[in-house]
Design a protein around this ligand. Structure first.
Ligand SMILES: [Zn+2]
Length: 51
C-alpha cells in the first residue's frame, strides 16, 4: 500500500458541484449534493446560484 494519489480524485469528480450562497453571511461557495452547508458559518440556510 505505497501508492499515493491513485484513485483519490475519482469520488469527487463523480459528484456534481454547484455554486451556493449562504443567506446568513453572504458567503459564496461550491456545495456538493443537496445538503451543502456554509463552510464559513456552518449555516444550512443557503440558496443555489445559477451560472
Ligand atoms: Zn455562512
Amino acid at each position: 500500500m505505497c501508492s499515493v494519489g491513485d484513485g483519490f480524485n475519482m469520488d469527487i469528480s463523480a459528484l456534481e458541484t454547484k455554486l451556493c450562497k449562504c443567506e446568513d453571511c453572504g458567503n459564496e461557495f461550491k456545495g456538493i449534493g443537496n445538503k451543502a452547508r456554509c463552510p464559513s458559518c456552518h449555516s444550512a440556510n443557503i440558496s443555489d446560484l445559477k451560472y
